[in-house]
Design a protein around this ligand. Structure first.
Ligand code: G
Ligand code: G
Ligand code: MN
Ligand code: NA
Length: 250
């Protein structure tokens, strides 16, 4: 297809950029990390959302070189930020399935000089659905090296809870549908509360995604989640703007 050809060209000519969205620590009210979110700078169509091209990149296998580029860029960018700021990178199932993935991560860390403990990899439940043993082993290898592993979009897939037993995640990112659905309901926060409780008893940090309003923030605080991410604090932004936010927050 045309889009596929353009995607290959964009890789060759370096037409992707990485934006960053702050992850905010609720106890200390400060940015503790950023999530890397790739964008495609299209010559005619402007900035294209990954929601449009990641599925195609996955179908065509282009997610492997694209994901490697994002990982390297994110590590290089993070290495320029204060050393208490971490960076979270989304990893698709196809990347993780690759036998050389752990090596790729190590090389990105070595090339950027970023400490392994400042890198978080976000995986969705679908990652664990297939090829389980090999995937788990790769994740264990990375974790032994100090890389943190987060479960992304928690609650949207199948059997989320059983995965929490099979793999020692460092963080659960509660999908934004739960905070959205809690607005104005009498059971506001019940599911968030339950997941936070699960996380606490397993020693796993919980973050709530998609916090857009003060009311939602209040709910999330009341239910005891440690971190938030969402438009209320900041949408994904270019690195230069993140630098300004970090500077102003000092
Ligand atoms: O930033 P935005 O909300 O438009 O992202 C849409 C989707 O694209 C999200 O589900 C996000 O996880 C995914 N995404 C963004 N950047 C990357 C990336 O570098 N790799 C992978 N695999 N997914 C990404
Ligand atoms: O799927 P994943 O969680 O990796 O991707 C996060 C996606 O959520 C990004 O595309 C980002 O742009 C989007 N996002 C971040 N904050 C908010 C928010 O407050 N509201 C909504 N609707 N989307 C958000
Ligand atoms: Mn994510
Ligand atoms: Na998510």
């Amino acid at each position: 297809t045309v889009l596929e050809r353009e995607l290959r060209e964009a890789l060759t000519f370096g037409r992707f950029e990485v934006h960053y969205q702050p992850l905010v620590d609720l106890d200390r009210n400060r940015i503790k990390g950023v999530e890397a979110l790739v964008r495609w700078r299209h010559p005619e169509r402007g900035l294209i959302s990954p929601a449009v091209f990641i599925p195609l990149a996955e179908e065509t296998g282009l997610i492997v070189p694209l994901g490697e580029w994002v990982l390297n860029q994110a590590c290089r960018d993070a290495a320029t930020l204060a050393d208490d700021i971490s960076v979270a990178v989304n990893v698709s199932a196809i990347q993780l399935r690759n036998r050389t993935f752990a090596q790729t991560v190590l090389m990105a860390l070595a090339a950027s000089g970023l400490k392994a403990t400042r890198l978080e990899l976000e995986i969705t439940e679908s990652v664990l659905l297939d090829d389980t043993e090999a995937n788990l082993e790769t994740l264990h290898t990375l974790r032994r090296l100090g890389v943190r592993i987060s479960m992304d979009d928690f609650g949207t897939g199948y059997s989320s809870i059983s995965y929490l037993r099979r793999f020692p995640f460092d963080k659960i990112k509660i999908d934004r549908s739960f905070v959205r659905d809690s607005a104005g309901r009498s059971d506001a926060g019940a599911i968030i509360r339950a997941i936070v409780g699960l996380g606490t008893s397993l020693g796993i940090t919980t973050l709530v995604e998609g916090v857009e309003t003060e009311d939602q923030l209040a709910t999330v605080r009341a239910e005891g989640a440690q971190e938030i991410q969402g438009y209320l604090f900041s949408p994904p932004r270019p690195l230069s703007e993140i630098n300004e936010m970090l500077f102003l927050a000092k």
